[in-house]
Design a protein around this ligand. Structure first.
Ligand code: SAM
Ligand code: DTB
Ligand code: SF4
Length: 341
């Protein structure tokens, strides 16, 4: 079964606009062809440097220019981050993602500390992910050498809608960072947000950009806007389940091998609505009582949901390099053992 990177906008539009039950059925079918549909990746987020961000992303509670009640904090101490990562692991998370409210990564002491955190969490056998804003290829390489597994950098919306949402950087900047990450061989995590006032065409355009990258992002987060008081988008209407299903289902069909993550917005969803999203091909969630600064369902609530729906958590490193290396180690150990016997 081939994975296509040559989708046209009209093909994607036709999928996105299918009768909703046909769309869910087709997405569920594709999901079963490519993946274990009862397996869900459990990721945990931690904001290691909160607030005070110079950017003007109009959805974001961490932008310094909006009065959202999220104040600029100092970076968390490394030992506190490692303790939180180990608690996340005990709670079943296999990916730990650290976020910083930065425009871009700078080669300073704070970056050195992030490198230490990456090393520490990698040693716990979890997939480590970071979302730190724009970075150069050299910085991406430094993270990779420290044991980073994935880098998150969302396109957020379509190129044509971007200026309505963010003016302090360009769409091209986002794409350049994704390219820098891809070149180092890190796993790429990139998706977007719905509910920013974009049209269905804008949504299709964003999906088109993601699905026509030279290689699909290994993870595609689909966030529903969490409208935060004080941001320019505080009055936005909550996105409906039908809009989430269309985004998730279309993403699943056009990027069948990727992890499609039901990301921000779960706090407002019922278990039935989330089940429908898993049916439509969602294969990953953020777990833990907080996303970066906003609430997320309680860990026990999610455990009950997994039990109820018969879902099981995905193992770490399943899709990636570490597993192959691990296999290689087993092989070479066996060979050595055989050679020595
Ligand atoms: N500063 C870095 C950046 O922008 O790439 C990393 C952290 S930033 C908070 C990571 C992502 O969180 C954003 O790209 C956006 O997709 C998502 N996000 C931020 N605020 C959100 C909100 N209110 N609702 C949904 N998603 C949000
Ligand atoms: C992603 O796509 N969503 C996450 C993670 N990647 C970094 C962030 C959601 C943030 C929601 C608002 C907040 O909690 O601050
Ligand atoms: Fe800053 Fe990232 Fe929030 Fe934009 S999304 S304001 S870059 S923390």
């Amino acid at each position: 079964m081939d994975i296509r990177n040559n989708w046209t906008k009209s093909e994607i539009e036709a999928i996105y606009n299918m009768p909703i039950l046909d769309l869910v059925y087709r997405a569920a079918t594709v999901h079963r062809q490519y993946n274990d549909a009862n397996e869900v990746q459990v990721c945990t987020l931690l904001s290691v440097k909160t607030g005070g961000c110079p950017e003007d992303c109009s959805y974001c509670p961490q932008a310094a220019r909006y009065n959202t009640g999220v104040d600029a904090e100092r970076m968390l101490p490394t030992d506190e981050v490692l303790t939180k990562a180990s608690i996340a692991k005990q709670n079943g998370a296999t990916r730990f993602c650290m976020g910083a409210a930065w425009r871009n990564v700078k080669n300073n002491k704070q970056f050195d500390r992030i490198i230490d955190m990456v090393k520490g969490i990698n040693a716990m056998d979890m997939e480590v992910c970071c979302t730190l804003g724009m970075l150069t290829q050299e910085q991406a390489q430094r993270l990779k050498d420290a044991g980073l597994y994935a880098y998150n950098h969302n396109l957020d919306t379509s190129e044509s809608h971007y200026e309505q949402i963010i003016t302090t950087r360009k769409y091209e900047d986002r794409l350049n960072t994704l390219e820098n990450v891809r070149k180092t061989g890190l796993s790429v995590c990139s998706g977007g947000i719905i509910g920013l006032g974009e049209t269905d065409t804008n949504r299709v355009e964003m999906l088109h950009t993601l699905a026509t990258l030279p290689q699909h992002p290994e993870s595609v987060p689909v966030n529903a806007l969490v409208s935060v008081k004080g941001t320019p988008l505080e009055e936005q209407k909550r996105v409906s389940i039908w809009e989430m299903l269309r985004m998730i289902g279309t993403a699943r069909i056009i990027m069948p091998g990727s992890q499609i993550r039901l990301s921000a917005g779960r706090q407002e969803m019922t278990v039935t609505e989330q089940a429908f999203c898993f049916m439509a091909g969602a294969s990953s969630i953020f777990a833990g009582e907080k996303l970066l600064t906003t609430p997320n369902p309680d860990v026990n609530q999610d455990k009950m949901m997994f039990d109820l729906l018969g879902l099981h958590p995905r193992a770490a490193f399943k899709g990636g390099e570490r597993e192959r290396f691990a296999e290689a180690f087993v092989d070479s150990d066996t060979n050595t053992a055989e050679a020595n016997s």
